[in-house]
Each structure stands twice: as C-alpha cells, then as structure tokens.
Design a binder for this molecule. Structure first.
Ligand code: ATP
Ligand code: MG
Length: 252
C-alpha cells in the first residue's frame, strides 16, 4: 500500500521550473531513494512534503491526508520527520537535550503530544531519548554539547531527533554527505537496521550510489525538475536514460 503519493506536482522559482509534473509513490515499509544531479529539484520536492514550500499545482497525500500547506510545526504530529541537508541542531545544548526538545515542545499549550507518543513525564521522555541515542550509537556522548560532534555524528544526532518522534515516514536529505567511507558504511548499517527492525518507511536523497544500492527498494531518478525513471535499483544500473541524465553518459 502506498503511504505517500505525489501527483503531478509543479513548482517554479521565477522562470525556473524546479519541479515539472512530478509523480512519486512511496510504499509503506519501503526505502525509496531519490537520486539526480545537483539542482535536479530533490530538496525542493522534500520541502513540498513538509510545508516549507507550497507547490504551484498538484497534490501530495500522506496516508490519505493532504500535506499541501501543512504547517511546519504540525508535520511531526502527522508522522513525518526529516533529516535536513544541512544539520538543524541546537549546537550549544547537550545531545540528550537536543533529542528531548521535539517531544517536550509538544507538551506546551500550543502543541499536542503525538498520538502515538503516549508519555506522561519528563523522565519517560528522557528514557526514550536515551534509547534513541543508543540506537544511533551516541549514548555515551549524551551529556556533551552538540557543537563538539564530528559531522557524521551530527547527522546521527539529527536522526535520533527524528526517531524520537516515532515517524511513520522518515525523510533523509543526503544523510551521508561529506562522510568518509567508514562513516558512510556505519550510516548504511544503521538505516538498514532501522528499516528492518521498525519496518520504517523512508525517502532518502543520496548522491552516493553505494548507499542507494545497499539500502533502497525503489529508486526515482530526477533531472532538471522532472522524473526520468522510477524502478528497482537493479534495473537502474544499466538504464541508458539514467546514465545520460545523471552521469552525462558514464556508467554506474
Ligand atoms: N528558494 C529558491 N529560490 C530560487 N531558486 C531555488 C530555490 N530553491 C531551489 N532553487 C533552485 O531550484 C533548483 C532545484 O534546487 P534543489 O535544491 O531542489 O536541487 P537538489 O536536487 O536538491 O540539488 P543538490 O543535489 O545540489 O542538493 C535549483 O536550480 C535551485 O537553484
Ligand atoms: Mg538538495
């Protein structure tokens, strides 16, 4: 069954068609990779899924509910969490505080607790946050400040912040960007484990083909605001359209 449906979405910035008749269908429990050259429209598409941008036309539905114009503060409650291309963390706060913040924010008057997030006290939220840090291998660093982390660990911290929301859909914008191979492999193992253990539905934007082929069940290839191909990873490799659009004729 499809959890996320993007139907004929268009978005222009002035004369530039950043998204041109985009269709995307993400099956529940699957890992769906989006690949494509710089400027293809990948991040713009993700921004349209979380209310940061409103498409000029088209529909986006998540579990049957429209995400068009959703308020950014509502998106976690709906069940969508995103790891951004540039880490968005509180650098001066400890790791445990960073992971607790999204849950605590839901407790004030304006935000309701996530319905699937039935925790009463702060102690419970702290325990949950610690288990999320343990899931990403950062439990021993829980009390140090986030700014002191390496780039790879900052990405993992963001992932723990997302997981703390128990999302139905996890969006990852280049989760391995700038990482050395060892860190990339650790991230692949971690995401694989989350996918298998939680049956977590994920959309992963990625430039590293090793990550895509290790992780993804489906791949959408974008170029110049359009979708070139949507297929299983094994069928992407030899596809001449993909080689032309993505690699200027080189082979994957
Ligand atoms: N807010 C904006 N205003 C104007 N142009 C924008 C804006 N955001 C994106 N663009 C343009 O839209 C196009 C798609 O950008 P986008 O960031 O979605 O690409 P991308 O596929 O994520 O690329 P990358 O791999 O470099 O992250 C680019 O030409 C970009 O310059
Ligand atoms: Mg991008």
């Amino acid at each position: 069954m499809s959890l996320l449906e993007v139907n004929d979405v268009n978005k222009a910035f002035g004369g530039l068609k950043a998204l041109n008749h985009i269709n995307l269908s993400v099956k529940e429990g699957s890992v769906h990779a989006i690949i494509g050259p710089n400027g293809a429209g990948k991040s713009t598409l993700l921004n349209c899924l979380i209310g940061r941008l409103i498409p000029d036309s088209g529909t986006v539905t998540f579990g049957g509910r429209s995400l068009i114009g959703v308020r950014p503060y509502e998106i976690n409650q709906i069940g969508v969490s995103r790891v951004f291309q540039t880490p968005e963390i509180f650098g001066e706060l400890s790791l445990i505080d960073n992971v607790m913040i999204p849950s605590l924010a839901h407790r004030d008057g304006t935000f309701k607790l996530n319905p699937w997030h039935r925790m009463d006290g702060e102690a419970e939220i702290r325990d949950h946050a610690m288990s999320n840090l343990a899931d990403v291998g950062l439990a021993e660093k829980s009390e140090i400040i986030a700014d002191s982390l390496s780039r790879g660990d900052k990405r993992r911290l963001e992932l723990a912040m997302c997981l703390s929301q128990d999302p139905k859909l996890l969006l990852l914008d280049e989760p391995t960007a700038g990482m050395a191979r060892h860190d990339t492999n650790r991230t692949i193992d971690l995401l694989k484990e989350i996918s298998e253990r939680r049956g977590q539905t994920m959309v992963v934007i990625e430039h590293d083909m090793h990550v895509v082929f290790s992780l993804a069940h489906y791949v959408t290839v974008m170029a110049q605001g359009g979708v070139i191909v949507e297929d299983r990873p094994e069928n992407i490799k030899g596809n001449p359209k993909v080689q032309e659009a993505y690699l200027g004729g080189a082979h994957l």
